[in-house]
Design a protein around this ligand. Sequence first.
Ligand code: ADP
Ligand code: MG
Length: 245
Amino acid sequence: MSLFVTEGLVKRFGGLLATDQVDLTVAPGEIHALIGPNGAGKSTLVNLVSGLLPADAGRIVLDGVDLTALAPHMRVRHGLARCFQITSVFRNDSVRDNLLLAVQAQAGTSFRCLRRREAETALMDGALALADKVGLADVLDRPAGTLPHGMQKKLDVALALAARPKLLLLDEPMAGMGPEDSLQMVALIDRLRRDTAILLIEHDMDAVFQLADRISVLVYGRVLTSGDAAHVKGHPEVQSVYLGT
Ligand code: ADP
Ligand code: MG
């Protein structure tokens, strides 16, 4: 059973078919990577899924709920979270306050039945659990904007996790990172498979081959092939079109 499905997703920009009948599935607990050359339509697809762009045709379904016509924040409410290529942290606020805000936004009215002290404790516990999960427990007091890039990306992931997503969209989480930060991000994403299914767009092929249960190759808006790392590495068209060999 698929947790997440896109069926026949089409997006046109004028005469250009940026995505052309894209069918994708993500199984529960799966890391599904989407790769493809520049201009293949990867970011367009992420924008269609998260609702930042309306689709011209097709359907997007998460856990049995048709998201296609829903606004982005409603998609989040139904279990879809996204990390942006540009981080969405509040730069002047501490790591702790960024996390508290995200946990509070997610909790919504569910703490209203608690006493104030209990609610504060629950919020703080949630924020600390997220900090632990992404490895930021030692920098809770730092203004988020003063963290190095790799840590800001981790915070960005933690903010997305606060929504307790069923599917997490990661659009180039390793972009702009050096080797050490990339390794840490790979380890983090690997740990997240216990919490959420992941649709991973990433240029770093080592990371993709290490993490992905399945890889789909997008070329000119179409899925050229889908399969595990061995299948994709051995696919002759992928080698010529994408890997450049
Ligand atoms: P990728 O993320 O795989 O590099 P994109 O999804 O950004 O690819 O782009 C796919 C194609 O759609 C490209 O040819 C790009 O120029 C075009 N495109 C993307 N966004 C727009 C837009 N807002 N208006 C017009 N063309 C766009
Ligand atoms: Mg892109």
